[in-house]
Write a protein that binds this ligand. Structure first.
Ligand code: HEC
Ligand code: HEC
Length: 195
């Protein structure tokens, strides 16, 4: 008798545990799938010309929506700030120039430069999976964990410039707040990658 009761209790116990653990598990899977879907919005922003013109595999920054090589043979240089006598800051100031200067003037934001040659942080020409894995690889992203990445896309001045790129350049078409919300959804789910 006692052993049957014990068995029944054990079976009920297993059933309860199974049903309890089933709910969060499927919830986690749903969150993961939604976060992977959210990553598509992140990808679209990262691969917008305003962002990917600096996030390049080569050593010359790119210009315009077509991603043409930067005029005047501007190069990345040893730390991303340009070559001696051709530093980014020679031409790019801390802010965009007033509209009265017209188009084709150098855009500006604090600390205008490329990622260093050791960590190029390439966005251009990457698949979603490559982009996602590269983004969260701390050896490639300058040691940023997911929280630091979220803070970067929320606050960094070079990122914010993409929504205020100066006269003659189209801003990133997805609202910054929507981009940050999708980015948070992705980091909250642990940064899952497609593929
Ligand atoms: C003027 C060049 C420039 C532009 C424009 C630019 N970035 Fe960057 N980005 C950098 C540099 C330099 C770093 C490295 C900074 C650091 O590690 O502190 C960086 C780092 C990042 C990182 C973190 C590291 C990683 O592995 O990717 C993210 C995310 C990022 N940028 C997103 C963007 C987005 C989104 C835009 C457009 C809205 C943008 N960037 C536009 C230069 C630029
Ligand atoms: C000799 C001056 C000069 C130097 C030095 C220079 N730039 Fe530029 N840059 C410009 C001008 C001018 C433009 C705007 C071109 C236009 O709109 O016709 C520009 C545009 C850009 C753009 C294009 C933005 C876009 O989305 O279309 C990027 C990115 C850029 N520069 C990055 C850099 C980086 C990074 C450095 C340093 C490694 C640098 N530049 C050095 C003059 C310069």
């Amino acid at each position: 008798m006692r052993s049957i009761k014990t068995m029944i209790a054990a079976v009920i116990g297993v059933a309860v545990i199974a049903s309890v653990s089933f709910v969060p598990h499927s919830q986690a899977a749903a969150n993961k799938n939604e976060a992977i879907a959210a990553f598509e919005t992140i990808r679209a922003v990262l691969q917008n010309p305003r962002c990917q013109n600096c996030h390049i595999p080569g050593d010359a920054p790119l210009q315009f929506d077509q991603g043409l090589a930067h005029a005047q043979n501007v190069q990345r240089g040893p730390a991303g700030f340009g070559m001696a006598a051709m530093n980014c800051s020679t031409c790019h100031g801390r802010a965009n120039l007033p509209a009265s200067y017209g188009a084709h003037v150098p855009p500006g934001a604090p600390n205008w430069h490329l990622p260093p040659p050791q960590h190029k942080m390439v966005f251009i020409g990457q698949t979603s999976a490559q982009l996602c894995n590269g983004l969260k690889d701390q050896k490639a992203n300058g040691g940023k964990d997911l929280a630091a990445l979220l803070k970067h896309v929320d606050e960094d001045k070079l990122v914010l410039w993409g929504w205020d790129p100066g006269i003659g350049r189209a801003p990133v078409p997805i609202a910054h707040a929507d981009f940050v919300a999708k980015f948070k959804q992705w980091t909250d789910a642990g940064g899952p990658c497609p593929g």
